[in-house]
Write a protein that binds this ligand. Structure first.
Ligand code: DGY
Length: 331
């Protein structure tokens, strides 16, 4: 019998993270590609008497999970966000919780720009037309989009990902404004080194000014529903909303109406509420001219996911050794 600590994995992960865990732990993984249903996760942890849990943003790690696993000492989420984990419940039970800050900022910023550019220049629709054999001719009025260069970029949340995103505006000669929990002078100075002069403003001012509004805030009680009917109506009719943060930051029902009634030009979303979007969801019924949706792939590059897996493994190993995880999510 294996007397090493047992770590339960809720999904297949990059090899380098698995190797790190298997050096000193027994590892048991959920066999399917989709998330284990919550009740099965609870049952499996109880049955295995797991010491560690390697999870991700699609797993809800709550009191039921903790109560079912009295041996649990370490939870590692392969994500920077930890709104899916009951941190207070973990702290009360002395369970270490780690996450993966920093490593995915540049990769997520790349994806946010891909969404911005796809929305502005109608890339998904254009590609679809060519695939459908509808490329008849060069047309003076075909697939007209919006310029990106010289436009105003509004960055909501100037943390690590927001700063990496704003930095990329340099090549487009954009005016950049941002909101944050207060003025972020360190980020402003970092952006200035890239030639980006970012001005701090409040959300209504940003919504009044920006051609592109990109969300980079964590999901908290304060940011849930931050972009709702008033905010969407306040945006310019030609503005584009980009969300690579969390779906719940935007009120889905209000966004649905905004797209149906043309309050804004386009929404480019990597995250949605609910997630995943069920087939036939109202957001999927808008024309591609109005909406681009990707399935929460902000950090999905081979390099970054490999590093995230190793960081997550290291967080769990530290917790199992009764040490603070190198990237703790607990204060
Ligand atoms: C995160 O890390 O929080 C992303 O949403 C998933 O990579």
């Amino acid at each position: 019998m294996d007397d090493r600590p047992l770590v339960y994995l809720t999904r297949e992960i990059p090899r380098e993270g698995l190797d790190r865990l298997e050096d000193s732990c027994e590892v048991v993984a959920w066999e399917e590609s989709t998330a284990p249903p919550h009740d099965l996760l609870v049952d499996r942890l109880a049955e295995l008497e797991a010491d560690g849990l390697f999870c991700n943003v699609a797993d809800t790690v709550d009191a039921a999970v903790f109560d079912a696993s009295p041996n649990l000492r370490a939870v590692g989420t392969m994500s920077v966000g930890y709104d899916h984990i009951d941190l207070r419940g973990a702290a009360e039970r002395d369970i270490a919780v780690g996450h993966t800050p920093g490593v995915l900022s540049e990769t997520t910023a790349d994806l946010a720009w891909a969404l911005l550019m796809a929305g502005a220049r109608r890339i998904v629709e254009a590609d679809q037309q060519v695939h459908d054999g509808e490329w008849d001719t060069w047309g003076p009025m075909v697939l007209l989009g919006r310029d990106i260069h010289d436009a105003t970029l509004g960055v909501v949340g100037l943390g690590g990902i927001g700063t990496a995103f704003a930095k990329r505006a340099a090549g487009f000669d954009m005016d950049v404004c941002y909101t944050h929990t207060g003025r972020n002078e360190a980020a402003e100075a970092e952006l200035a080194e890239y030639g980006v002069d970012a001005t701090y403003c409040d959300l209504p001012d940003l919504l009044d000014r920006a051609d592109y509004v990109s969300l980079h805030v964590p999901l908290t009680d304060e940011t849930a529903g931050l972009i709702s009917e008033d905010e969407l109506r306040r945006m310019d009719k030609e503005a584009i909303l980009i969300n690579s943060a969390r779906g719940e930051v935007v009120d889905t029902e209000a966004l649905d109406r905004a797209l149906a009634e043309g309050w804004i030009r386009h929404a480019a979303l990597d995250v949605t509420d609910p997630e995943p979007l069920p087939p036939g969801h109202s957001l999927c019924r808008h024309a591609p001219e109005r909406i681009t949706v990707t399935p929460h792939i902000g950090s999905a590059s081979t390099e970054t996911r490999g590093e995230m897996a190793v960081m997550t493994a290291d967080n769990i190993l530290a917790g199992l050794a009764d040490e603070d995880p190198p990237y703790s999510a607990l204060e």
